[in-house]
Ligand binder design. Structure first.
Ligand SMILES: [Zn+2]
Length: 476
């Protein structure tokens, strides 16, 4: 059986696969600086028989690896960027690997590696069984800043791909049907005039006043936009000393809402508010558009396929040692935190999971029509081709995303088991898509129903380049 051969390959190579994931976990490189992480994945894919196009879409750490020819063309996506500031050892208490350094607090070391391992396993089978078609692995940088895939989509790199799978470490083993928020990210640079704040205030025009007035305007706007919208900001530069009227100030905004057109409406309003702030503070400003993305479209056919394969493979089991490690980590989460986390998940009968550390069940998805608060550039891919991103249990129930706890779990054996389980589920599902005519048509039909009457337009201005130095590499 083709599938068994792929699963065997993953089982036989598990030490290598875990080593790659752990090495990327140790590198913990932030978005668009993932040179060593992408390099490691590329090396393995090349060794595994793939032809790799490096540095696609103007991003040195983005790549597309391909094997085979003709149709069908199927894809797997992998991410490998870390988050700034939350470095963590793989121990069940807070202890940074390197104080202040980035960490894999979203488990993208596993994300990239599960997809890579599955791609190589699929390629082995395609060759051995002479199955026609093309398998592509998309190396997608900077998911956390929503940069990688949205640029790759704008450049047409996903064109012709008939279905695409990706895996994200999570708390449940589930091929969900929920969605995420569409989003725009932009900075406002305000310019005023410096002067002594006490001896010559009448000469100055305060750029940080404009930042504050703009924030106030946006906070009054909130009442009049859809309730699900999320608008948040930070002041990146608000001046330096109180006795100098700041000639320059800068804020960074995210605008999120369930649908792309809602984001665009709110974004236009926010732009008007910035103009209003200029009138009030007698400043000028410039808008720097960083990126945007769509909400995610689920796919029922792909969800059913991945669920079936996860069940055939079976969820990992955990040793006593792993469970006592998890129990130790669990002490860092309060019962209230865990209860609210489970309630928010809306999983049916979530109360029964209060005493469970790592979930071993593989439930049917319960979240069709539900929206998570966050955003991902997987959304843009899902508007262009049938797409599914599923999760396998990496964290103990109640672990917040983007936390030191998640980084610790992503670098130890519970994370390793979720990685191997996910790689097998991807490989088996992709091989089903290659060998079972009809599945792709079903996935496409679902995709066409969800996109009917709606057109995907890249959120990015045509001349926008990826912000290559938006995040600084952490000094060695
Ligand atoms: Zn993530």
């Amino acid at each position: 059986m083709p599938k068994e051969r792929a699963l065997d390959w993953i089982a036989k190579n598990k030490e290598l696969i875990i080593e790659i994931s752990d090495t990327i976990w140790g590198y913990a490189e932030v978005g668009l600086q993932e040179f060593k992480s992408a390099g490691l994945l590329v090396d393995e894919l090349e060794k595994g028989g793939f032809t790799v196009e490096h540095g696609v879409s103007g991003m040195p750490t983005a790549f597309v690896a391909s094997y085979g020819s003709g149709t069908p063309v199927l894809g797997i996506m992998g991410e490998y960027d870390a988050l700034p500031g939350l470095s963590q050892k793989s121990v069940p208490h807070r202890e940074p690997l390197k104080e202040g350094a980035p960490g894999h607090d979203c488990g993208h070391n596993i994300h990239g590696t599960s997809g890579m391992a599955a791609a190589i396993a699929v390629r082995m089978v395609l060759e051995a069984k002479k199955i026609p078609g093309t398998i592509k692995f998309f190396g997608c940088p900077a998911e956390e800043t929503l940069v990688g895939k949205v640029f790759m989509i704008r450049d047409g790199l996903f064109q012709g791909v008939e279905a695409i799978l990706s895996h994200h470490p999570g708390m449940f083993n589930v091929a969900g049907l929920g969605s995420s928020n569409a989003m725009n990210s932009m900075k406002f640079h305000f310019y005023g005039r410096a002067s002594h704040a006490a001896s010559s205030p009448t000469d100055g025009r305060d750029a940080s006043d404009a930042v504050e007035l703009m924030n106030i305007g946006v906070n009054y706007m909130r009442e009049h936009v859809v309730q699900e919208a999320r608008v948040h900001y930070v002041t990146e530069d608000g001046g330096h000393e109180p006795n100098v009227i700041p000639p320059y100030a800068r804020s960074w905004y995210y605008v999120r809402a369930p649908e792309r057109d809602q984001v665009e409406q709110i974004y236009e309003w926010v732009l008007d508010i910035a103009k209003g702030a200029d009138i009030m503070a007698q400043t000028t400003h410039k808008v720097e558009f960083l990126t945007g993305c769509y909400n995610t479209l689920p796919n029922r056919c792909l969800s059913e396929l991945v669920t079936k394969n996860m069940r055939e493979i079976g969820a990992p089991t955990y040793t006593e040692r792993e469970l006592s490690w998890a129990a130790e980590l669990n002490k860092s989460l309060t019962a209230v935190q865990k209860r609210e986390w489970l309630r928010r998940s809306k999983r049916p009968n979530w109360e029964e999971l209060m005493d469970v550390l790592v979930d071993r069940s593989i439930p049917d998805p319960w979240d069709e029509g539900e929206k998570g608060g966050g955003s991902t550039d997987v959304g843009d891919v899902s508007w262009n081709t049938p797409t599914l991103e599923f999760t396998t249990a990496t964290g103990i129930l109640g672990t917040p995303d983007h936390s030191w706890q998640f980084a610790a779990l992503s670098g130890m054996s519970i994370g390793h088991k979720s990685l191997l389980f996910a790689a097998k589920a991807i490989a088996a599902s992709i091989l089903d898509l290659f060998t079972q005519p009809g599945l792709l048509g079903k996935a496409r039909k679902d995709f066409l129903e969800r996109t009917k009457g709606k057109e995907y337009r890249s959120p990015l201005p045509p001349d926008l380049k990826p912000p290559l130095n938006q995040l600084e590499p952490y000094p060695e």
